[in-house]
Design a protein around this ligand. Structure first.
Ligand SMILES: Nc1ncnc2c1ncn2[C@@H]1O[C@H](COP(=O)(O)OP(=O)(O)OP(=O)(O)O)[C@@H](O)[C@H]1O
Length: 278
């Protein structure tokens, strides 16, 4: 079954800017999807549609088989958690604990459930020991983790993240990568926007390229080695692809896009070169 089904979606802002044009896209349950494209491509606008925050001007979006309507907004927000690009747009309560418990309390969960779910959510992002802290006393990366915990506490099946790596230091980015892997093992469908091709190439199993509000291409992460698409989408090749491209022996073959692919290619070449030695 598809977690998300987007059919012929178009969206125009009140000032007349058409941010999305005829988007059709299906995302299977459990997929790890990276949405890439230049500034202004429509990535955030599209993410905001997927939990009902924005309503398409035209077209239909279904979540786990349920078309999003005004009537089921509450159900959809529970199924689809959206982590905003800027945690200050999301984390606003007096303490971390109040912030993370806000959603579950709103859903009228019992106090016992709230305790259990929110303790687990803060534990998952490594922020349990900060639960009595005021969010404005946290670093940007810590606030980002609290924002993710607030979403996890709603127990969504689908998690959307708008540029989760933006403004994080390398260690913070590694933590988020680990967290995303954990969410994947929990069976969540994950869709995130990013400008980081190296991260997308190593993490995603599905890549969506967006430009000027339209879908340019959809495919596996190998799409990030396609120089034509990369150029049109204002991206650059992942560093491993660029490195292999410089080696004449590899430059004409399918370029690897992450470490795993690179090792596979090297071992294949190594075995070919040594096959008569045994
Ligand atoms: N509130 C708004 N009102 C009017 N136009 C908007 C609004 N927000 C975004 N836009 C326009 O819609 C288009 C898509 O913007 P969006 O923020 O979705 O792009 P993006 O791909 O997320 O960009 P970035 O990589 O810079 O975050 C752009 O042309 C932008 O100027």
């Amino acid at each position: 079954m598809d977690a998300i089904k987007i059919k012929n979606v178009t969206y125009q802002y009140e000032n007349g800017i058409k941010a999305l044009t005829d988007i059709t896209l299906n995302i299977p349950v459990g997929a790890k999807v990276a949405l890439l494209g230049p500034n202004g491509a429509g990535k955030s606008t599209l993410l905001h549609h997927l939990n009902g925050l924005k309503e398409p001007s035209e077209g239909i979006i279904s979540i786990l088989g349920n078309p999003i309507t005004r009537k089921n907004a509450r159900f959809i927000r529970q199924q689809v958690g959206l982590v905003f690009q800027d945690p200050d747009d999301q984390v606003f309560s007096g303490t971390v604990w109040d912030d993370v418990t806000f959603g579950p309390r709103n859903l009228q969960m019992s106090e016992e459930e709230v305790q259990e779910i929110c303790t687990a959510a803060l534990g998952n992002v490594g922020m349990l020991e900060y639960k009595e802290r005021a969010p404005y006393h946290l670093s940007y990366g810590q606030k980002k983790r609290v924002a993710i915990a607030g979403i996890l506490a709603m127990r969504p099946d689908i998690v959307l993240l708008d540029e989760p790596m933006a403004f994080l230091d390398p260690a913070g980015q590694d933590e988020i990568t680990g967290l995303l892997q954990g969410l994947h093992y929990m069976g969540k469908t994950i869709l995130l926007s990013t400008h980081d091709v190296n991260f997308a190439a190593s993490w995603a199993d599905m890549v969506v390229l967006l430009k000027d509000g339209k879908i340019l291409a959809v495919g596996s992460n190998q799409l990030l080695a396609d120089e034509e698409f990369i150029r049109i989408a204002n991206l650059h090749l992942p560093i491993i692809a660029r490195t292999f491209k410089m080696v004449p022996e590899f430059s004409s073959s399918k370029l690897p896009i992450n470490e795993q692919e690179a090792f596979r290619l090297l071992f294949k070449r190594f075995n070919e070169n040594n096959k008569y030695q045994y």
